[in-house]
Design a protein around this ligand. Structure first.
Ligand SMILES: Nc1ncnc2c1ncn2[C@@H]1O[C@H](COP(=O)(O)OP(=O)(O)OP(=O)(O)O)[C@@H](O)[C@H]1O
Length: 705
């Protein structure tokens, strides 16, 4: 049956509204974007204490960094610094500014004087220059100025930075809204397109046509990686042959990225030009690292401060300095550095002005030469990698690719995906729609957001849109499973750990690889004693019976907080968890090989109090934060235990799927089967499965206290 077509302009308009709400929700929760330059010393200290600012600084050095940016080194003001390092130099106080953060450097006295040509007409504060943190040590912080988000600069960097010398400064972290800006621009562009502008892929994505019949690849493919399993080979064959869309469905541990690496290499062999994207820098760097191991030449686009050190040599900015084409840029850089160094030695204001003028011209020339060099480098490279929002940068303007591949597509907002897909002809999306979608802060974003001017039937269609609905999910619903191939051998979990999610969510299609299906903690490559725990892959501590009740911190806010999953805790259950961890460690399992996860923040805080100091290496986290990760042993604390049989957060299958598919050799569930089994049929089946297959244990409340 033909899919019901969706109006592209209406879709774009709905997305714009949803994104607006989401951005507002995000900004109000961070409160960073609106902070003015002139704030009291007390507020500055509070901002530092909450990890959002760094106070008491001076500019101590300046040089030309990557991409010709001016990089300033900011050190503690010796006049007020309170602590010193062993070499007697002042040390920065505790702060939460990290490499990659977008920050603004403010003059402590800014706003107080409000003089000079920078004074804005509306009387707002004079705000200092913005940049990206490139390095942080205990004695200084380095910030690269200019080109925020690839935009144009309004004033010459050297001059702006020059104004910071000998001032008392402080640095504030800003909300990074590049992603939102790019999503908005993309949706605006999509909304304005006429039918003639729509690509085949776009028409498929909105149900205006069905996907073209894939090419039957009959000749045998020479796979470069001899270890690929049949489902991986099948997915690669399918993706090579597809004309417009191919989804690679990778359940936990099935080698989704492994498969993409081979696919990329196969495309390269066929002389195709490929853009590879992911929602986060880590997801992209992971692919860059693996391609580099295979000696595939790649260009990685993105601010060097945010890239893993191991992939820096493939970064576009570094390549502009090290490639053959870069020599024309080098001379100018050298000259700029010399000029810059001379400024500090020059006393006369007039001479300094001349140097500034020279620098200004040099920078202009540098940028022109560099931009040519960048263009050539990108144009010549057949594999380009960027985050989804990075794909909207100026470096990729007017670049055409034969294929766009998105990894972790089920964790990206649809609008984010479109940044890289607007002119794509053929698309490969890899992901797992049965794990958690991207985190969305705004609520209430369903039907009422449909644009008013829509025809009634259109409204009906748009009703279903929420930001959490991913492109991956939507395409599957629109065109059915014919557009996807699933990877079916998993290389992570013991068979007993895998069996339930496989049966319940993956149509019983998952198989455990021979190398992992019977692995136990006792088989770890270091000394572990054989115990009831280390020889058992699946343990269920069933707390039913009412002796392990959940607690809500504040009854007043319980309704709202339950939704957010913040305030629930269960002290008695936490004791069961702690006892289990003790037993694992006593048997010889290293704390670093154990993770304790829970859906509730209240419980996480409680567990942290009990276990953090005792086992610094133990990983403690939320289920959502642990997506994409794995550990030898995982203990899950389900928390919910009440007479009303309310399960809140646990009602979300995808969250439980993530929780139960993180371990390799040992999964221990702590929870009240009586409360949980009444939450949904999925939960009922899970409890039945545990009762039959897990090593079932009943904790004694009296014994724990
Ligand atoms: N064909 C294979 N033969 C042997 N090992 C494999 C194979 N495919 C994948 N693996 C291994 O499985 C593990 C998971 O692979 P990879 O990191 O590619 O998975 P993923 O599906 O991207 O991960 P996630 O489950 O986090 O999404 C890796 O240790 C990888 O080496």
């Amino acid at each position: 049956m033909a899919p019901t077509p969706i109006s592209i302009p209406s879709f774009a308009e709905t997305q714009l509204q949803l994104l607006l709400h989401e951005h507002e929700a995000e900004v109000s929760s961070s409160s960073l974007a609106t902070t003015a330059a002139s704030v009291s010393p007390a507020t500055r200290r509070t901002l530092q204490a909450t990890g959002n600012a760094l106070t008491g600084l001076i500019l101590s050095q300046c040089r030309t960094g990557l991409g010709g940016r001016v990089v300033g080194e900011f050190a503690p003001d010796p006049a007020i610094a309170s602590s010193e390092s062993s070499d007697g130099q002042p040390r920065l106080g505790t702060h939460g500014i990290r490499v990659g953060d977008v920050v603004r450097v403010n003059d402590v006295s800014a706003g107080a004087k409000k003089v000079g040509k920078d004074k804005p007409k509306d009387g707002a504060d004079v705000k200092g220059p913005e940049g990206v943190v490139t390095r942080v040590s205990d004695k200084a912080i380095w910030i690269a100025f200019g080109q925020r988000g690839g935009g144009a600069r309004s004033k010459e960097d050297d001059e702006v930075i020059e104004e910071l010398w000998s001032k008392k400064l402080w640095v504030i972290k800003l909300a990074n809204d590049v992603t939102y800006r790019r999503m908005r621009q993309t949706m605006e562009k999509m909304g304005k397109m006429t039918e003639g502008d729509h690509s085949q892929f776009m028409r498929v994505a909105f149900g205006h046509t069905t996907p073209l019949q894939p090419d039957e690849i009959t000749e045998p493919i020479e796979f470069l990686d001899p270890t690929l399993n049949d489902s991986q080979k099948d997915a690669i064959r399918f993706a090579l042959g597809s004309k417009d869309i191919a989804l690679i469905h990778g359940p936990p541990g099935t080698g989704k990225t492994h498969t993409l690496i081979e696919l990329i290499m196969q495309f390269v062999q066929r002389n195709k030009r490929i853009l590879v994207c992911g929602p986060s820098n880590v997801s992209v760097d992971n692919i860059v690292e693996r391609l580099a191991l295979k000696k595939v030449p790649v260009v990685r686009i993105g601010h060097p401060a945010r890239l893993l050190p191991s992939v820096l040599e493939h970064s576009l900015e570094v390549l502009t300095q090290t490639s053959d084409a870069a020599s024309i840029v080098k001379d100018v850089r050298k000259e700029m550095d010399e000029k810059q160094a001379s400024i500090r030695k020059t006393k006369s204001g007039r001479e300094r002005r001349v140097i500034y003028d020279d620098l200004k011209h040099l920078r202009k020339e540098f940028r022109e030469r560099e931009s040519k060099c960048v263009d050539n480098l990108v144009r010549e490279s057949s594999v380009v990698l960027a985050t989804l929002h990075g794909a909207g940068g100026h470096q990729l303007k007017n670049q055409k690719f034969d294929v766009v591949i998105i990894d972790e597509a089920s964790q990206a907002l649809e609008a984010q995906c479109w940044i890289s897909l607007m002119s794509a002809e053929k698309v490969v999306l890899a992901g797992d729609h049965l794990q958690l979608p991207p985190t969305v802060k705004s609520t209430n974003q369903k039907s009422k957001d449909a644009p008013k001017k829509d025809a009634p039937e259109d409204k009906e269609i748009l009703k279903g849109f929420s930001l959490e609905r991913t492109l991956f999910d939507r395409l599957l619903a629109l065109h059915g499973t014919g557009i996807k191939r699933m990877l079916t051998t998993q290389y992570r979990m013991h068979d007993k750990i895998m069996r339930f999610p496989s049966d319940e969510l993956y149509e019983s299609k998952l198989m455990a690889a021979d190398s992992v299906k019977a692995r136990l903690l006792v088989d770890l490559p270091y000394e572990v004693r054989g115990t009831d725990d280390t020889q058992e892959p699946l343990v269920f501590w069933d707390t039913q019976g009412g002796d392990f009740p959940e607690k809500t911190e504040d009854a007043e806010i319980s309704k709202k907080e339950t939704l957010l999953g913040e305030s629930k805790s269960n002290e008695m259950e936490a004791l069961v968890v702690a006892r289990h961890v003790d037993n694992l460690v006593d048997a010889g399992v290293r704390p670093e090989d154990i993770a304790v996860i829970t859906p509730y923040n209240g419980q996480r805080a409680l567990l942290s109090q009990m276990l953090r100091e005792k086992y610094p290496g133990l990983e403690l986290g939320s289920v959502d934060g642990f997506q994409g990760r794995e550990k030898e042993a995982v203990v899950v604390s389900l928390v919910r235990s009440n007479e009303e049989h309310e399960v809140g957060f646990l009602g979300e299958k995808r969250r439980l799927n993530v929780a139960m598919t993180r371990p390799k050799r040992h999964l221990c569930i702590c929870g009240d089967s009586d409360t949980i089994s009444r939450g949904s049929s999925f939960l009922k089946h899970w409890m039945d499965y545990l009762e039959e297959n897990a090593d079932l244990r009943y904790p004694d409340a009296g014994d724990l206290l």
